[in-house]
Design a protein around this ligand. Structure first.
Ligand code: AMP
Length: 465
């Protein structure tokens, strides 16, 4: 199929051709005609599938007719992180280069005064993170009655980050006479409930996660015994990572840590040993995050140590490697992480450092991707075996409380939710929500080590006409 078969205008097709795309991806083939028809869309797809263009291209087409009024955007795109919001804004620049659409980006950590000015000029497209959007709305600088197209992107990550109450509030402020496009990498029960509440007779589309279909990513697992169990020193892991990096021909790589604290420790340790490394995590001030990302994208540094949230969905062309310094506690995060390499059919390599105690997380990943990660050995590094899985035990009674969606997750998972753009510094804290009390980097007592079943299930979406 060709882009010209999708009902897009010559101006959009020209911009797509300039971007160098020859063929629409499956999500683009399926979604674009329905968005152009004005239908709601429920897309089960993750980054790396071409999902962003599947909504930006038809939106540019629809918004080409008409003009925005001051403070009344005509469309709204909600993104869980500032980086994703920025990336979507860049997509509008790329694909909308032959149109005169105005856009506004409302993200934490940037000057509000500037954002007010842009809104005052009128925005055809408003791209925002939920906290900052509600903040600006609360200050009376924005009206949402004129929003005709609403996009909720990465709904599963919004859920993980505790943004769903904000998203529900925002949806309640947008007119019912709207078209809604809703994307999520998974369709857990809670996500399905939201989709049912927000969408009207949607066209349901599901595309395979790129990591399970991509044959172009070479994966491997290096197991090292660091002593002291799961919370022992990371010296052995750091040595293993350095050996991995040295043994590979790395052009540029993301190195993922589960904890923010380890991002800094690892980046500093690598730099001390002469590696060209920097760090990116959600607690850094926005200008610093933007600068480090720009430098990395321009190829001015080779290694970027990062957390899941900060690096989620980062679209960096031609990334040669992804290293997992820690095995992610959510199998889906593994898929997201390694999806940063081997993009758009290119070759990529993704290696994970594990300790014997990571056995259940590795097992969950292997179940999700449907293949065994090849075990690696490296000269000078004493490799170990994963522990045998203990028999499954039932958790003690005590149901999950509403609003505490991550409370049953293992410590690393809780840590990764905390690792979100800081609301105190950059996004308005919602007064109704009690402050989070977890202390960074301490194991959470009493959370158990249970991984909720829905996180291990394959995404399943019913197809309807
Ligand atoms: P996304 O899933 O939106 O994060 O996009 C993943 C990557 O695929 C981005 O680098 C896009 O620029 C790229 N991309 C999007 N559509 C196409 C296409 N039809 N052909 C090739 N690359 C594409």
């Amino acid at each position: 199929m060709d882009f010209s078969d999708l009902g897009l205008s010559q101006d959009v097709l020209r911009a797509v051709a300039d971007a160098g795309y020859s063929e629409p991806t499956p999500i683009q083939q399926q979604a674009i005609p329905y968005v152009l028809m004005g239908r709601d869309v429920l897309g089960c797809a993750q980054t790396g599938t071409g999902k962003t263009a599947s909504f930006t291209l038809p939106m540019i087409e629809i918004l080409a007719a008409g003009r925005a009024r001051a403070r009344m955007p005509r469309s709204l795109i909600l993104e869980p992180t500032r980086e994703l919001a920025t990336q979507v804004a860049e997509n509008f620049d790329t694909y909308g280069k032959y149109h005169k659409l105005s856009k506004a980006l409302l993200i934490g950590g940037e000057s509000m005064a500037e954002q007010f000015k842009v809104l005052d000029r009128g925005a055809d497209v408003l791209i925002a993170t939920p906290g900052r959007l509600l903040d600006v709305f609360g200050r009376g600088r924005l009206l949402m009655n004129d929003v005709k197209i609403l996009v909720i992107d990465e709904a599963d990550r919004m859920l993980d980050m505790g943004f769903i109450p904000d998203v529900e509030r925002i949806v309640s402020l947008v007119s019912r006479m709207r078209q809604t496009l809703f994307f999520s990498a998974t369709m857990a029960k809670e996500i399905r409930r939201l989709a049912d509440a927000f969408l009207s007779n949607p066209k349901e589309i599901s595309v395979a996660p790129p990591a399970t279909t991509s044959k172009t990513v070479t994966q491997g697992l290096l197991i090292v015994d660091q002593g002291g169990g799961a919370h022992g020193s990371h010296k052995e892991k750091r040595a293993a990572l350095r050996s991995l990096i040295d043994s590979e021909n790395v052009r540029n790589a993301l190195i993922f840590c589960n904890r923010k604290r380890d991002v800094g420790i690892l980046a500093r340790s690598l730099t001390r040993r002469g590696y060209d490394a920097a760090m990116l995590h959600g607690d850094m001030a926005q200008p610093a995050r933007t600068e480090v990302l720009e430098r990395f994208k321009r190829g001015e540094m080779k290694l970027l140590v990062c957390s899941d949230v900060a690096a989620r969905g980062l679209d960096i062309q031609d990334m040669s490697h992804v290293f997992n310094f820690d095995v992610p506690a959510h199998a889906e995060d593994y898929v997201h992480r390694i999806g940063r390499t081997a993009r758009a059919g290119r070759e990529g390599r993704a290696f994970t450092v594990a300790t014997p105690e990571d056995n259940k997380y590795v097992a969950a990943i292997e179940r999700l991707i449907g293949t065994r990660l090849p075990r690696l050995t490296l000269e000078g590094i004493k490799s170990a075996e994963l522990q045998e899985a203990p028999p499954r035990t039932r958790r003690k009674a005590g149901g999950r409380q509403r609003g505490a969606a991550t409370d049953n997750k293992p410590p690393e998972a809780v840590e990764s939710r905390r690792d979100q753009p800081s609301r105190t510094s950059s996004q308005e804290p919602r007064p109704s929500r009690p402050p989070r009390r977890q202390e960074p980097d301490k194991p959470v007592i009493g959370m158990g080590d249970h991984v909720p079943a829905f996180m291990l299930r394959e995404p399943k979406v019913e197809k309807k006409g």
